[in-house]
Design a protein around this ligand. Structure first.
Ligand code: GTP
Ligand code: MG
Length: 235
């Protein structure tokens, strides 16, 4: 396969509670598919994807480190935060606890990652509550005991507004996604990438000293050539 060209390589980390869909978001991004029963991540997994930011006329290679949400891996996964330019902080919109716990994941990121890192708060699994009002945190209407359960549906426990407000307070970008349907998955990475490129333009990231942002070495037409990297398990 011939090489592909890119202008920037950006290191991303994906963090958040176990089972919120971090690996599913990465698989959706890199392979455009969804696994109903993926294995929990043990340590860290890696995936790579080229995206284009048309208005900047830039091709960006995202190098994504997908971390385990299980507590026992926390000290290992923290060591991957260093040098990241971007972070997807993921919670499950049907799990209030995963949203509450996002605070402590954010604290970890702030302690261990570059202070200039761009973080996007990602409320995943919106497909499970697609027919609900996203502003309504209330209870489901009572259903008769013999009513058939709606398969593949769960109640939203975090409203869009609440998450949006918290993201603004913390200086995070925000998006709601579904790794299952693919809704907004690329947009989440693109938004974060645009924000990082803006910071690069403003000189916030020093290309030599920020290992999460690498500029290509110009070759021929000003693009660097690099072989595509397959998704692979790390540890
Ligand atoms: N309905 C629905 N299910 C999802 C979505 N994303 C993930 N899941 C399911 O949620 C479960 C956990 O997904 P994972 O991607 O393994 O979660 P994770 O955050 O990587 O979990 P750890 O690796 O243990 O930290 C799996 O059964 C997925 O199929 C989504 O957008 N919608
Ligand atoms: Mg995982």
């Amino acid at each position: 396969m011939s090489g592909v060209a890119w202008h920037y390589v950006l290191k991303f980390i994906i963090t958040g509670d176990a089972a919120v869909g971090k690996s599913s978001l990465l698989i959706r991004l890199t392979d455009q598919r969804f696994l109903a029963n993926p294995d929990p991540t043990l340590g860290v997994e890696f995936g790579s994807k080229l995206i284009t930011i048309p208005e900047e006329n830039k091709v960006v290679k995202l190098q994504c480190w997908d971390t385990a949400g299980t507590e026992s891996f926390r000290s290992i996964t923290r060591s991957y935060y260093r040098g990241a330019a971007g972070c997807l902080l993921v919670y499950d919109v049907t799990s209030r606890q995963s949203f509450v716990n996002a605070r402590s994941w954010l604290q970890d990121v702030r302690e261990h990652a570059d202070p200039h890192l761009t973080c996007i708060l990602v409320g995943n699994k919106v497909d499970l509550c697609a027919d609900e009002d996203p502003t309504d945190p209330g209870q489901d209407p009572p259903t008769p005991a013999d009513a058939p359960a709606k398969p593949g549906r769960r109640k939203r426990e975090v409203t869009t507004d609440e998450a949006h407000i918290w993201a603004q307070e913390e200086g995070l970008l925000f998006v709601e996604t579904s790794a299952k349907s693919g809704q907004n998955v690329e947009i989440a990475f693109e938004r974060a990438t645009r924000d990082i490129l803006e910071k690069v333009r403003k000189g916030v990231f020093d290309e030599d000293r920020s290992p999460g942002v690498k500029l290509s070495q110009p070759k021929n037409d000003g693009l660097a050539v690099d072989a595509p990297t397959p998704t692979s398990r790390c540890c």
